[in-house]
Design a protein around this ligand. Structure first.
Ligand SMILES: Cc1cc2nc3c(=O)[nH]c(=O)nc-3n(C[C@H](O)[C@H](O)[C@H](O)COP(=O)(O)OP(=O)(O)OC[C@H]3O[C@@H](n4cnc5c(N)ncnc54)[C@H](O)[C@@H]3O)c2cc1C
Length: 387
């Protein structure tokens, strides 16, 4: 189903990933990673060996070009089984690979992109702060230039995968507070830099790489770690709001799509096995309708995600379509998963099955990467609806 948007190569990639997931990510292992909040680096390393972290890296830097649709296929397939593996893959291929390709300096590309493709180098996003959520331009973490160094002080919150990452890709305030949007820089902070302290935050889902409070106390990095090089100083907003942000929306949509697909597959199977009143519950009309509706909504999610991905891959303007995909897919995927949980009754709520994990993981999708309300704002604003 829904394969009309795929080329033969993309179809082969999907088949290969399904085999990979069955072999390397069996359900019992995945359950243990979630229970123990663990990231399986061996699985990430195998994805690297297969060349999959090179999917966003230009050939000149050791990758296979800018394959946005293929990247989204990998994210969907991994997240359909494990957010722990899926999120780490995103940290490598999107946070590091795509951003460096789009906005890194030549020196940063030369140094770091081959490491993304060949070693699975990872970034963590350091945008949110204790007092800053949607309004990222108001960050309070400061950066001050001292000769050839930049000193950073402040605090980041919800820095997901910070402890498995090599660098934090952090937005900091580098100019005067009143110079809104022109006072921000992006900096690469090595996660082993002195002055960093990580405190894990307890979450309902997304247990794998974990999310962290990060305090930054007189952390220094060379000026060459300013994203885009020295010319990137105070240019952080333009770099952040560039094409990378479009891709971020579809990558979150792909995560949600993967979880919803897994939930539909499991509920579809369960409804055929579970017998009540002498018949499998899939013969009950209300259950049949829930499953038919879930499949239909899933298909709409798939079409929106891959249409937006294809537009981004073809470098067509896609700001509105990516916001629509993020909004629709994340909200709908959440509804799908909750509907599938209903199909499984009590067994959708207990640890013997994976459904309870899908529920925990899906609930954050309309919140992170720009909430659904923010996407509605973006869509209305970008379509020039007068205020
Ligand atoms: C598990 C998890 C992982 C995360 N990972 C990362 C990460 O790796 N890096 C990172 O930087 N951040 C991360 N985040 C943070 C996430 O991106 C933020 O939650 C998000 O940006 C929104 O911020 P907030 O939750 O503080 O909400 P707030 O901005 O405080 O908003 C609260 C509510 O008000 C609404 N609202 C706010 N402003 C408007 C507006 N202008 N119009 C309409 N409604 C509005 C929001 O939709 C929301 O419902 C993560 C969060 C979670 C829970």
């Amino acid at each position: 189903m829904g394969m009309l948007v795929e080329t033969e190569d993309q179809g082969m990639l999907r088949d290969m990933l399904r085999r990979f997931v069955e072999k390397e990510m069996p359900r019992d292992r995945v359950k243990a990673w979630d229970r123990e909040s663990r990231f399986p680096r061996d699985v990430h390393d195998k994805l690297v060996e297969l060349g999959l972290t090179g999917l966003t890296v230009p050939e000149a830097y050791g990758g296979s070009g800018r394959n946005v649709v293929s990247t989204i296929i990998v994210i969907e397939e991994l997240c359909a089984r494990s957010m722990s593996v899926g999120c780490a893959y995103i940290q490598s291929v999107c946070y590091a690979g795509l951003n460096l390709t789009e906005v890194g300096s030549e020196a940063q590309k030369r140094e770091l992109l081959p490491k993304v493709a060949e070693n699975g180098l990872m970034f963590a996003y350091g945008f949110s702060e204790p007092d800053v959520g949607a309004d990222i331009a108001s960050v309070r973490t400061t950066a001050v230039r001292r000769g050839n160094e930049v000193e950073i002080n402040g605090a980041k919150r919800f820095c997901s995968g910070a402890q498995i990452a090599d660098y934090i890709y952090a937005i900091v305030r580098s100019g005067e507070p009143e110079a809104r949007y022109k006072n921000l820089s992006l900096v690469l902070i090595p996660t082993d830099a002195p002055g960093l302290t990580f405190t894990p935050q307890e979450t309902l889902g997304l247990k794998g790489g974990g999310t962290f409070d990060v305090s930054l106390d007189e952390v220094t990095v060379p000026v060459s770690n300013i994203v885009g090089g020295e010319e990137g100083w105070n240019q952080g907003w333009a770099k952040l709001a560039g094409p990378g942000l479009d891709i971020e929306k579809i990558e979150v949509a792909a995560m949600a799509l993967g979880i919803a697909r897994a939930a539909v597959d499991d509920a579809w199977e369960y409804a055929q096995q579970r017998v009540q009143y002498g018949k499998p519950i899939c013969a009950i009309q209300s259950i049949r309708h829930m499953l038919a509706e879930a499949k239909t909504r899933l298909e709409a999610c798939r079409l929106m995600t891959y249409t937006a991905a294809r537009m981004v891959e073809e470098q067509r303007p896609a700001t509105v379509e990516t916001c629509m995909a993020k909004l629709f897919v994340c909200d709908t995927a959440r509804d799908i998963v909750l509907q599938c949980q209903q199909v499984m009754g009590a067994y959708g709520y207990v640890g013997d099955f994976d459904m309870e994990r899908y529920v925990r993981d899906i609930l954050v999708m309309p919140i992170l990467g720009g909430s659904s309300a923010i996407q509605r704002n973006n869509i209305a604003n970008r379509l020039n609806l007068p205020k």
